[in-house]
Design a protein around this ligand. Structure first.
Ligand code: C2O
Ligand code: CU
Length: 573
């Protein structure tokens, strides 16, 4: 063999070797990964409707990022689309580096068409599944993808290694243009239209129209065990999920391990991820994988009530069934079924995966979470009572600033935000009772909460019955937190804390606030930065159900925000 051919062979072997390392973290340390994201309009057909929509690299769901715990990924984003966009790395804490976190006008201005920005995605203690999505208007409906974080070199899963891993992304398909949908809603003050179908890996599946041939198929081999990494990228509804005749074993949530839960269905909120083991132990055939909405809200709220499905398809020879079995999922209003699953979730809290729940609290925040109205002159708007729909935390509807809050904070630019977000609701009333017109009309502002570095923080989210009591998945950037307690009705200072679980509460980045109930979370503010906190229902977030926590620098360089990278996207004004 000629020398050059030997070189080629060696090169090829080295290539295979490197990719082996990337896939399982088992040998050498490869700490830096590079990805290229090209944002562009791509043509897609679903439900017999063709439209152009914004995607990354022409894919929906977008490309998967795979790293080992503690690695770094540089993601070069080029915007070849028509509008400014940002990308958020949902569930990645980005220690000291809010510059790469992504929420538009909170930590950066958008990447304008024709421009690029390289995100430095810094992984720390996340392990399991997190994800990425656009964080500008409603672009996240089509711009999202999985992030898989494998155990680092020398460590393993806290369960028997699965034979293979699969990503399933739950999403929503809209026949219309997303930009128009949110624009129309903002113009009229009415609720945005609902989606036309839910999707599994971009496919509506049976029984949606024109979807039979394109249904996503998850191929399994009899006797093997699979780790399903399920991401809820749905815009506006919580979802039930199940697989006909197969038991689910849930082992992780939001990039942290939990005590395994064996169940026939799960409930997952937008923003959450669940890692689920399944064993292909049924007679080789086809079985439906399905998801259906869970919607706990009053009558004014509308929703997409359809189901989406994929097919669990065994390899081998068998006569395909005329109608494969379909999983039985709880009813759309079945709050008891949703709670039954959620209340079983406990942190793994093992020696290899310890937890650290703050016991003594330095900073307490009590926040009402409400839907509201903004008065419309002459009652000519499209929302209830001729007014505009709105939403708030402590009766402040978050108003997006024109330049990002992070920059304004870092450079001490005045007039962008105020540091006076209230620690308690400005009005005290029976939040979950007959609320009348209490706080129906909300105030708009860019008010933030300042938190000292290292403080032990507790936030109690109190759902209210103002306008319409609804379920809210609350999400915090820059952190994961312990969900220590929850209940229905009003939070009670004396009795509610007695029900807390401080032993093994789930460590999550998105928590479900039950309709007309409360949920308490705790964390140590050890990540300095400007961090968005908001409801992950896009409808509510667009109306202002968000706020910002600024965690101040600690005493050293290692406890302070890093300097901004060069080439941050420029703010136009
Ligand atoms: Cu997944 Cu601020 O969001
Ligand atoms: Cu909400």
């Amino acid at each position: 063999m000629e020398l050059s051919k030997i070189g080629l062979c060696l090169g090829f072997l080295f290539f295979v070797f490197l990719h082996g390392v990337l896939a399982d973290c088992s040998t050498a340390t490869r700490k830096v990964h590079r990805y290229n994201f090209s944002l562009r309009e791509t043509s897609f057909t679903r439900l017999c409707t063709t439209k152009r929509m914004l995607t990354v690299n022409g894919q929906w769901p977008g490309p998967k990022i795979q790293v080992c715990k503690g690695d770094t990924a540089f993601v070069h984003v080029h915007n070849a689309g028509k509008y400014g966009v940002t990308i958020h790395w949902h569930g990645v804490k980005q220690p000291r580096n809010p510059w790469s976190d992504g929420p538009e006008n909170v930590t950066q201005c958008p990447i304008q068409p024709g421009k690029s920005f390289t995100y430095e995605v810094t992984f720390s203690d996340e392990e399991g599944t997190v994800w990425w999505h656009a964080h500008s208007d409603w672009s996240r409906a089509t711009v999202h993808g999985a992030i898989v974080v494998l155990p680092s070199n020398g460590t393993t899963y806290p369960f028997r290694k699965p034979d293979a891993e699969k990503v399933l992304v739950l999403g929503e398909w809209y026949n219309g243009d997303l930009k128009e949908i949110i624009y129309n809603a903002t113009e009229t003050g009415a609720a945005p239209v609902e989606s036309n179908a839910y999707t599994i890996n971009g496919q509506p599946g049976f029984p949606n129209k024109c979807s039979k041939e394109t249904t996503y198929r998850l191929r399994v081999q009899h006797g093997k065990t699979y780790l399903i990494r399920l991401i809820n990228a749905v815009m506006n509804e919580e979802m039930f999920f199940g697989i006909a005749n197969h038991t689910l074993r849930v082992v992780a949530q939001d990039g942290a391990y939990i005590k395994p839960i064996t169940t026939n269905y799960i409930m997952t909120s937008p923003g959450q991820t669940m890692d689920i083991l399944i064993t292909a132990n049924q007679p080789p055939s086809y079985y439906y994988i399905a998801a259906s909405p869970f919607f706990d809200a009053g009558s004014i709220a509308t929703y997409d009530s359809s189901n989406t499905s994929a097919i669990l398809e065994y390899t081998g020879i068998f006569a395909p069934p005329a109608s494969p079995p379909y999983p039985s999922l709880p009813n759309i209003r079945d709050r008891a079924a949703a709670d039954k699953f959620t209340n079983r979730i406990r942190a793994l809290a093992s020696r290899a995966h310890p937890i650290n729940v703050p016991k003594k609290i330095d900073k307490k925040l009590f926040m009402t979470v409400s839907l509201n109205q903004i008065l419309c002159p002459g009652a000519t708007c499209g929302g209830p009572d001729g007014n505009r729909l709105s939403s708030s935390l402590n009766n402040i509807s978050f108003a997006t600033s024109t330049i990002d809050i992070l920059q304004a904070y870092y450079r001490s630019l005045p007039g962008v935000f105020t540091k006076d977000f209230p620690d308690r609701p400005p009005y005290v009333f029976n939040y979950t009772g007959d609320v009348g017109n209490n706080t129906l009309y909300t105030y708009q502002g860019t008010n933030v909460t300042m938190i000292n570095y290292g403080a032990a923080v507790e936030i109690v989210f109190q759902g209210t019955n103002v306008e319409s009591g609804e379920f809210h998945p609350m999400h915090l950037h820059g952190y994961s937190f312990y969900s220590v307690g929850t209940g229905y009705g009003n939070y009670d200072e004396t009795t509610s804390p007695k029900t807390y679980n401080l032993k093994d509460p789930p460590e999550v980045n998105t928590v479900g606030l039950p309709r007309n109930g409360w949920v308490a979370i705790r964390f140590i503010a050890n990540n300095p930065g400007v961090w968005f906190l908001h409801c992950h229902l896009e409808r509510h977030a667009s109306w202002g159900m968000g706020t910002v926590l600024i965690v101040k620098n600690g005493p050293t360089k290692e406890t302070s925000i890093r300097p901004p990278p060069p080439n941050m996207p420029r703010c136009s004004n």
